[in-house]
Ligand binder design. Sequence first.
Ligand SMILES: *Cc1c(COP(=O)(O)O)cnc(C)c1O
Length: 354
Amino acid sequence: MDIKIVRNENPKVKPEASTLGFGKYFTDHMFIMDYTAGEGWHDARIVPFGKYEIHPASTALHYGSEIFEGLKAYRKADGSVQLFRPMENIRRMNRSAERLCLPTIPEDMALEILETFVGFEKDWTPSAEGTSLYIRPFMFGNDETLGVHAVHHATFMIILSPVGSYYAEGINPVKIMIEDTDVRAVRGGTGEAKCGGNYAASNRAGEKAAQQGYSQVLWLDGVERKYIEEVGAMNVMFKIAGEIVTPALVGSILPGITRKSCLELLRKEGYKVSERLLSIDELQAAMQNGTLEEAWGCGTAAVISPIGELAYKGKKYTVCGGKIGEITQHLYDTITGIQWGKREDTFGWTYPLK
Ligand SMILES: *Cc1c(COP(=O)(O)O)cnc(C)c1O
């Protein structure tokens, strides 16, 4: 495909690894491509990173037609750069697009764009321990009218942000508040699509949890507020009496690629793994009788985030003595080992950039 390149004549000085944080710095360029119904995708271009003009009536601003993805490029010890399961992100983005009536991007085209653009900005991939280049593809409806109808114009962009080590101060288990009022998503809604609107709906509970000293909320299902769904913007897993349990993908849960990788890894290693309904009553009983052995969240940003405390209706429960559990540590070491090329990738998950 034809990707026009306009070089940034004023490249920035790359930030120090210690100051990176998450999503604060951006590379010198961004990728943009437009869609017009009847014409398809057109005008693929790499241009200097900067402000983007948008019509005040743009669909995205009024009706929330927006989806996104998140993946990372990792620098290996030999200096080369690799992606982790990029086709999974591409396929998920297309499923999200279908749910929100946004146009899909042919898989081979999306992969070519990703490879070309991330390859173009590859020098921005930091090399310090635990750092990576966060890749944020996103798409929005961009019709310049207030009429509510299927999207005729859409815009697809990719921005890149060098990010610091998530665990710069070591892996500390987090405190989680089980939310019993607000819900994130319902079956039939947009919970299984990666769309901005889901995040807007989550903010209030997140704020409330933060005020009470918790770092994330654990979501219950939107119908009965009975079944465990996710934790913050991560999938969640528990080890209960030897069984590893994660909520089944019932329609309101985001199908995480880290979740999928954990399950594939654990199954290959012979662990007993179940994707099933897990009620708050079952979890509470396990917390009370001591059979809840470990709990962790999983997602691209943190990879694995151990849970050290859970609070529900005013009661607090310590998980795994407030420490990181054995399986949690094992998953973290194995998956990050594969991502940064320190461990052999027997799954074929990594995708080297040229
Ligand atoms: C992105 C996301 C996840 C994690 O997905 P990964 O592919 O593992 O990064 C989980 N839950 C929500 C709500 C998300 O948006």
